[in-house]
Ligand binder design. Structure first.
Ligand SMILES: *Cc1c(COP(=O)(O)O)cnc(C)c1O
Length: 368
């Protein structure tokens, strides 16, 4: 009972091992390790999967965000609004471009950016003589943020919107797929994400042809007409051909894995409702359940819960133990008020094992 994995990448690999071996073998045979044919094929498949007109793969999810910010040419004096309750990469990329992240609070039910806090953040930025440039909304734990509201605020205030979909690729928002909900969507293929490869990987989605064109140039050193023509400052951020080949195989079984994750989420909900606060999805939205995250009433009941599950062999993780605005690296950046939801969530949330290959024993433990 004590060997239930928090995520089970092994079971997935077993399911498609022959296909993976063949796919990797094919790359070894043709030898185009960089920008080989599988990269373009994957971009095409990802595009038909989510409906984004243009897909540009890159080296990882952090680079995907960085490249998107390079398109918008932000720099010193620009404010970019980011949630505080997220993984550090979301804010880090803003600082690396020399711009200023302004931390915004999240909604206590969805864990995603709160639109009222975003509006307050705009005022904070202006009061500090920063120019509001854009928003990076995060689809935390696999559920899309409330893009109808965020996009409405953005268009009113002339901001671009980036969807950090590192955790949510494969989810839907009111019938629309992640990849089409913002001006630019970025994702990560880090192994533990819902769609992961066997190393680092990422992708960027947009419907704007000019943006796509710039991104294709930026990921190869700002390339112009040919390899040794440089028309802008870019970087090296390509997806390896072998990772693309692996992702092509994984993408085929991704829909069935999303369904299996949903079944486990349903099971958790049935067993845990009334005992802890179970996740809440917006009307008409689906999640890829990057995490199944419950809320306990306070820090000590979370610790009791954690210990009791641990005794039953169920591993848990706290995402995130500290919101970004309380981290040493980020505490001096502006914020939209006291961000009390982000602060409170850090001491009450607990994430349960989640993947598409849950064993019978996991289901049994949760049949109290
Ligand atoms: C994982 C993650 C990233 C970064 O992705 P990498 O591929 O690890 O660089 C960015 N944002 C969020 C919300 C993430 O969960």
């Amino acid at each position: 009972m004590s060997n239930i994995p928090f995520i089970d990448l092994q079971a997935q690999q077993k399911r498609i091992r022959p296909q993976l071996d063949r796919a990797i073998q094919k790359v070894l045979n043709h030898g185009h390790y960089i920008m080989g044919p599988e990269v373009g094929e994957l971009e095409k498949e990802l595009s038909s999967f989510c409906g984004a007109n243009h897909v540009i793969t890159c080296a990882n999810g952090t680079d995907a965000l960085s490249l998107a910010l390079m398109v918008y040419e932000i720099g010193p004096g620009d404010a970019v609004f980011v949630p505080s309750f997220t993984f550090a990469a979301t804010a880090e990329v803003v600082c690396l471009r020399g711009a200023t992240p302004v931390f915004v609070d999240v909604d206590k039910n969805t864990y995603n950016m709160d639109d009222q806090s975003l509006l307050r953040g705009l005022e904070v930025a202006k009061s500090k003589n920063l120019r509001p440039a854009g928003v990076i909304a995060v689809d935390l734990f696999g559920q899309p943020a409330d893009y109808d509201r965020i996009n409405a605020i953005a268009s009113e205030h002339d901001l671009w919107v980036i969807d950090d979909a590192a955790q949510s690729f494969g989810a839907t928002y009111k019938g629309r797929k992640v990849g089409t909900l913002a001006d630019i969507t970025t994702t990560s293929f880090f192994p533990a994400k819902p769609l992961g490869c066997y190393g680092d990987g990422g992708a960027i989605f947009t419907k704007d042809e000019n943006i796509a064109h710039k991104l294709r140039s930026l990921r190869v050193h700002g390339q112009g007409e040919d390899k040794y023509d440089n028309v802008r400052i870019g970087t090296n951020s390509r997806l390896d051909t072998i990772q693309a080949a692996i992702l092509l195989e994984k993408l085929k079984i991704f829909p069935s894995e999303i369904e299996a994750r949903q079944r486990l989420a349903n099971h958790y909900h049935e067993q845990l409702k009334g005992k802890v606060k179970t996740p809440i999805l917006l009307e008409g939205c689906t999640s890829t359940w990057a995490q199944y995250t419950v809320q306990c009433s306070d820090g000590s009941s979370r610790e009791a819960m954690r210990q009791s599950w641990e005794k039953q062999g169920i591993p848990t993780v706290v995402y995130y133990a500290k919101p970004l605005h309380q981290q040493k690296a980020y505490q001096d950046y502006p914020r939209s008020g006291d961000l009390c939801i982000s602060g409170a969530l850090s001491s009450t949330v607990l994430s349960l094992p989640m993947h598409g290959y849950a064993s019978v024993s996991l289901h049994e433990v949760f049949s109290f």
